[in-house]
Design a protein around this ligand. Structure first.
Ligand code: HEC
Ligand code: HEC
Length: 328
């Protein structure tokens, strides 16, 4: 008797079955975690807010979201909980409650911590990073790291990043890294960009405009006593320029930026050439080889470039030097 066809049929059935099973499991995985590695065009999409469950955990996530959107109400100068911030909201810099593509979103927070941070030279939790933004970006005090508010903010951050896999930085995460310019960023050119593109909302002296009830800003301040201090990430012009590119003037999106890269670098130079409150930064980057090229405060490991060079560039040679220290 010829058994070949039966054996062949059996093998075919096994192959079909295993294909089916592997498809099922991969569907199941991708349902929970999006895999961006294979598809560079797939831009990050935040989870759907309407799907936050109607549970205690869901309520905590929504409270965290409210804290991010209306921080000034809870922690501003007229705070209902405690005065801890300068009147800004997290959302002023983390647009759409930290869910906007290249709007300084929180997509890689949930799966990126605890993480070793070069600035503190320590392994940091999400709570520590939130405290950093309170102390630097909001020029305020840290809040109770075990209190309900911190728990809520962390629950919200975890929810925003719930569809990204461990240590993954999905396309559109955080702030875009702009290509470096050959020349230094020029604050006098930036002043012209500011006058024509930004002043109408942020004010002649970058002072912004408070809401009528005084709880938060209609237009947040860009310099002066009531905005981010010199220890904040926005005080590094690469971060500020990258933020401006895809988000300002207000309403701009990554799909249709309005300013070109040079205008972004220059306006960032202008904003940060104006007064910001001083934060003690001596202890930052205990390993000086890890200092970002545009960190505007020494001491530096290079002995070649001044604080002014580090603040405004040109950055290309500087960055090459720092990359070489890291063995890139
Ligand atoms: C003045 C602007 C500003 C304000 C206000 C601000 N932040 Fe930030 N925040 C930044 C910048 C800039 C970064 C650095 C982003 C980067 O390095 O790509 C950052 C980083 C973070 C990160 C880490 C992101 C990551 O991917 O690792 C978290 C978490 C965070 N902020 C939370 C908050 C919370 C919560 C608040 C309000 C209490 C807040 N921030 C207020 C500007 C701000
Ligand atoms: C139409 C009004 C408008 C214009 C014009 C505008 N912005 Fe903004 N800007 C806003 C608003 C509103 C926010 C806060 C967003 C939020 O809370 O959702 C903001 C936030 C910011 C922030 C982060 C918060 C802070 O205060 O540091 C920066 C930086 C910024 N803008 C820079 C600029 C620059 C640079 C320009 C010009 C290129 C510009 N903006 C033009 C309305 C505007």
């Amino acid at each position: 008797m010829n058994r070949k066809p039966i054996i062949l049929l059996f093998i075919l059935a096994v192959i079909l079955l295993s294909l089916l099973i592997s498809k099922k499991t991969s569907e199941k995985n991708s349902k929970n975690k999006l895999d961006f590695a294979g598809n560079k065009d797939l831009i990050w999409i935040p989870p759907d807010i309407r799907k936050i469950p109607n549970t205690e955990e869901g309520a905590l996530i929504l409270y965290g979201r409210a804290l991010v959107i209306n921080t000034a109400f809870y922690f501003g100068p007229k705070a209902t909980i405690r005065k801890a911030g300068n009147g800004m909201n997290c959302q002023n810099c983390h647009l759409e409650a930290g869910t906007k593509v290249f709007g300084n979103n929180f997509s890689k927070v949930a799966n990126g911590y605890p993480r070793f941070k070069d600035r503190s030279g320590q392994k940091e939790s999400i709570e520590k990073k939130v405290e950093d933004c309170f102390e630097r970006s909001m020029n305020g005090d840290i809040i109770d790291s075990t209190g309900k508010e911190m728990k809520a903010i962390v629950a919200y951050l975890n929810w925003v990043g719930s569809n990204t896999a461990k240590n993954q930085s999905p396309p559109g995460a955080g702030i875009e890294k702009l290509p470096l310019m050959k020349r230094a960023a020029d604050s006098s050119k930036g002043r012209i960009v500011f006058l024509t593109r930004c002043q109408s909302c942020h004010g002649k002296d970058g002072e912004g405009k408070l809401k009528e009830n005084g709880l938060g800003y209609l237009y947040p301040p860009l310099w002066g006593k009531y905005t981010f201090n010199t220890g904040a990430s926005m005080y590094q012009i690469s971060k500020l320029a990258g933020f401006v590119k895809n988000n300002m003037p207000y309403g701009t999106t990554y799909a249709k930026p309005i300013l070109n890269n040079e205008e972004c670098w220059d306006v960032a130079a202008y904003i940060n050439s104006n007064f910001h409150l001083k934060k003690e930064t001596e202890a930052d980057y205990p390993d000086r080889t890890k200092k970002p090229f545009d960190y505007p405060f020494g001491p530096y490991v290079d002995n070649k470039f001044s604080e002014k060079d580090h603040k405004y560039g040109p950055f290309i040679i500087m960055k090459k030097y720092y990359d070489s220290l890291k063995g890139h």
